[in-house]
Write a protein that binds this ligand. Sequence first.
Ligand code: GLY
Length: 330
Amino acid sequence: MGGRRKFIKHSLLSTLAGIPLAGNAGSLQTFRKEEKTVKNFTPQVLSTWNHGMPANDKAWEVLNSGGTIVDAVEQGVMVTENDLSNLSVGLQGLPDREGIVTLDASIMKGDGSCGSVAFVRQVKHPITLARKVMEKTPHVMLAGEGARLFAISEGMPIEQEELSPKAREAYMRWKENAKYQPVINIENHDTIGMVGMDENGAMAGSCTTSGLAYKMHGRVGDSPIIGAGLFVDEEVGAATATGLGEEVIRICGAFLIVELMRQGRTPQEACEEAVKRAVSKSKDIDNTQIGFLALNKEGEFGAFAIRPGFNFARHHGQGKSLTDARSWYK
Ligand code: GLY
């Protein structure tokens, strides 16, 4: 122990003085590991929208009871997938234009491990299925019937294909004048995306949705696409997205934000730059809403949207908050 302390002291002094470290590359590697363990991280979880508050409550409870950050971001968003009042996440969500609910989800660890499912039916917890793809298959993404069959092979329950009462009522109303058009939700709830960090600086994120209401059958949004709806690199930070997936995919939104942070932007600056990029590429800005949420390794966070209405929830050691994000249009 004494030797280790001496090594850290020596290394720090050498670095501060600009003196190259004595010894070989092995010593340098050891120093980097030591540096990681002595750094103070700010454990926290952040989620999109006010449905992020109960989701964060769960994630925080998981972290505080010894779960990993991946357990936390998985179990946190499962609360939203279970919420019968939520029409944009989980099997109770609004269906596609054929009246069928299809779900998208992804999960990612700070070391680059990731998994996702897209266009999956009858699976109550697509986030858990995404985690199983990450941990039990050689793949990153499974879609449609293949994802459902994988869920069965993993012993996950398969639900009856039946619209929730609220979704059925909304779908029937939509059909009256729909002209087969999807509905872009520009002011209210959407996807839940969650990003978090534990006290050791380990980071992870999750993202789950029933997608755009009354979408074409087969449409997949940004949420299950690593780099679009979710990206985590614990050397830098994490980002997630909500809103019209087509606009997020076009700019690789979450990846763009993490790379901007890598280049020195704060999470807030990175989210604002990504929104600016999306606005400049949008084909239908009047009917578009997207929101981004980001966290960096230093524990700084930021959020930004195209238009007002987007909010995010944050849980941390000192409490919790729900904050309205700033936006491109006022
Ligand atoms: N952001 C969710 C979706 O577009 O499907």
